[in-house]
Write a protein that binds this ligand. Structure first.
Ligand SMILES: [Zn+2]
Ligand SMILES: [Zn+2]
Length: 176
């Protein structure tokens, strides 16, 4: 066997363990497979942050209680208010998201159209995910007197009442 053909063979072997997408060469087949599973899941569940090598596994996963069981959670926090709104104790609102907004803002809305404020930024993405999945967030003002802050403007005391699938509620609890 000539040296040239040996080098071609070696090259072919390394091509087999080569990931074009990442420009990465793996030494072994198992290493290559681990890379594909870890980096290039064929299916992915974003609320769980979990990858699946087969679409059917994801399908099974979506039947687990995390994705099928409804849950409810109530906690006290704030409405980040826009200043022209004067809060009344006991006032109730719904929440809405803008599907085109890249910052995942969740607005607090009066009579389904008037925006009075938005949810604190640390909840934005987990609230947004719950709403997108068909969940529901209601807000009730608990104190009339707002808090003035330098960075967030006016904060109004409120209670958030959240309903949705278990995994989304769990993600919101983790964001608190
Ligand atoms: Zn890769
Ligand atoms: Zn999941």
């Amino acid at each position: 066997m000539s040296e040239a053909s040996t080098s071609v063979e070696a090259n072919e072997v390394s091509q087999r363990f080569y990931c074009k997408k990442c420009d990465i060469k793996c030494d072994t087949h198992s290493g290559y497979k681990a890379h594909i599973v870890e980096i290039h899941h064929t299916a992915y569940c974003s609320p769980c942050n979990k990858g699946f090598t087969r679409k059917s596994s994801l399908k099974q996963h979506l039947k687990t209680r995390w994705h099928t069981q409804d849950d409810m959670y109530t906690f006290d926090s704030f409405i980040v208010s826009i200043s022209r709104w004067i809060p009344n104790k006991g006032e109730e609102f719904t929440t809405m998201y803008d599907p085109d907004d890249i910052y995942n803002y969740v607005n607090i809305v009066k009579d389904e159209q008037d925006i009075v404020g938005h949810v604190p930024r640390q909840f934005s993405s987990s609230f947004n995910a719950l709403l997108r999945a068909g969940g529901c967030i209601n807000v009730k003002v608990t104190k009339e007197k707002p808090i003035y802050t330098n960075f967030n403007g006016l904060l109004v005391h409120c209670t958030y009442c959240i309903t949705g699938k278990l995994i989304f509620i769990e993600n919101i609890k983790n964001a608190l």
